[in-house]
Design a binder for this molecule. Structure first.
Ligand code: TRP
Length: 441
């Protein structure tokens, strides 16, 4: 294990918030949240989603930050340091985050191509299908995106991750505000957006709760070691609860603003990946200076993705540095090549290798479904159980109330959420999710 003193850390509170918000804010907010909201009754979904974020997401984020901050270790050592024999929980998170990288880097690569192709007005009908199923260009953009991530990671915690976050996050906020102001400027935009936000409770079903919890965990990067490793880099005096609240607030604001932008464009009938990559370019092409807005939109997606991929990469890299005694550079290359290899199979599975299927799904969808439907809820349940039941009560309380910054009156409530509410609710949802999955096979 590398010594605790030379493992680096964030310079201060703002850096901690920006880096963690960067991990949280990603494709999940701008690409996934709007279409899931639309499928589940608009405003009705948002209300349920907000309840999940506050009752499940926030306590789990505090829990994960605390494990990292308390142990000052990579995800595997962090759990085993607090309780011997629990390193597997960190390892399971790292395996999951690696599998997520497999498809996340592919979509991230698309954003680069789309930013460039939008600027040159090259996106026509059928472009998405043609581009994503072709062999070389999506692969090359995917590799470029992995390498961008790689070189930020090589720069170290302060020189790479912190610097990149301080540069990228304000830019991201500026772009999303500009796009939102522009969308709401148009009266049709305002009408279209308010239509989607009007709650439609007839669309709420059991599935809505599944989707809300899944989205809450995904968007907050819960259980994968990414938030844990960032928590381990928090400087002394960085209050965990306060940081978590800021991250949750920024993440939610960005998701809702992204939904406003997308719905005010009047594209509420389009679903899934088609929304950002097919419907939006169509809308932009009819607008004055559409190329500029389209380029900004895909730049926004790319920035959001990059600030997330660096935290995924860092979680796995930190393991090889501290547990396997590699240099940071060597560890980063190992993760980079691994991610490139897996992303290659995911990208090709949309075209050339579309015949290769697992339970009827191509590799891309398998990675998404397995991590989202199975690993994410299990990791959420286990993290809550670890902090609520396994971590020595006094030590946990000391961490949460001292460095955690949770006052004595609020602490029992947070503890109750972690001990009972998270494990029970998420287990119910998980079981129904599995039944639903098997039904659909
Ligand atoms: N939160 C990211 C998003 O909304 C996605 C994500 C899921 C993630 N798990 C993660 C990011 C783990 C970093 C680490 O797009």
């Amino acid at each position: 294990m590398a010594s605790v003193d030379n493992r680096g850390g964030f310079g201060g509170k703002i850096a901690a918030i920006l880096a963690a918000a960067g991990s949280a804010i990603g494709l999940g907010n701008i690409w996934r949240f709007p279409y899931i909201t639309n499928e589940n009754g608009g405003g009705a979904f948002i209300l349920i989603y907000l309840a999940c974020i506050i009752l499940l997401g926030l306590p789990l984020l505090i829990a994960e930050f605390s494990v990292g901050h308390n142990s000052k270790c990579n995800p595997v050592d962090a759990y085993s340091k607090i309780r011997k024999g629990w390193g597997w929980l960190g390892a399971m998170g790292l395996v999951s985050v690696f599998l997520i990288m497999g498809y996340y880097f592919v979509i991230s690569g698309w954003t680069l191509d789309y930013a460039i192709s939008s600027a040159t007005n090259a996106i026509s009908d059928g472009y998405f299908q043609e581009f994503t199923t072709s062999t070389w260009s999506p692969l090359i953009y995917t590799y470029i995106f992995v390498l961008l991530t790689h070189f930020i990671i090589i720069g170290g915690v302060q020189g790479g991750i912190e610097k990149a976050s301080k540069l990228m996050m304000p830019l991201l906020f500026a772009i999303i505000i500009a796009l939102a102001v522009y969308s709401l400027w148009q009266p049709e935009g305002r009408a279209a957006a308010s239509g989607v936000f009007t709650p439609d409770f007839s669309k709420v079903s059991g599935q809505t709760f599944l989707d809300a919890i899944g989205q809450a965990f995904f968007t907050l990067s819960i259980g994968m070691g990414a938030m844990l490793i960032y928590g381990s880099y928090f400087k002394k005096g960085t209050k965990i609860a306060g940081t978590a609240i800021s991250v949750v607030a920024l993440d939610t604001l960005v998701a809702i603003t992204a939904a406003i932008i997308i719905f005010s464009a009047g594209v509420e009938d389009v679903q899934g990946s088609e929304l950002a990559f097919v419907a939006m370019p169509k809308v932009f092409s009819t607008m004055p200076a559409g190329e500029v807005w389209a380029t900004l939109f895909f730049l926004l997606l790319g920035l959001a993705a990059l600030s997330s991929t660096i935290s995924m990469h860092e979680a796995v890299t930190s393991y090889f540095v501290e547990k396997r005694n590699m240099s940071r550079k060597k560890a980063a290359w190992l993760v980079t090549f691994g991610a490139m290899a897996l992303a290659t199979t995911a990208s090709l599975s949309l075209g050339m290798w579309s015949d290769v299927t697992i339970l009827g799904m191509n590799i891309f969808d398998t990675l998404d479904t397995f991590t989202g439907k199975f690993m994410l809820p299990i990791l959420g349940i286990m993290t809550a159980i670890f902090v609520g039941w396994i971590w020595k009560k006094e030590d946990m309380k000391a961490e949460l109330t001292a460095e955690g910054g949770i006052d004595k009156a609020t602490y029992p409530f947070v503890r109750f959420l972690l001990k009972w509410v998270c494990p029970v609710l998420v287990s119910i949802v998980f079981v129904f999710g599995v039944i639903d999955f098997i039904d659909k096979l």
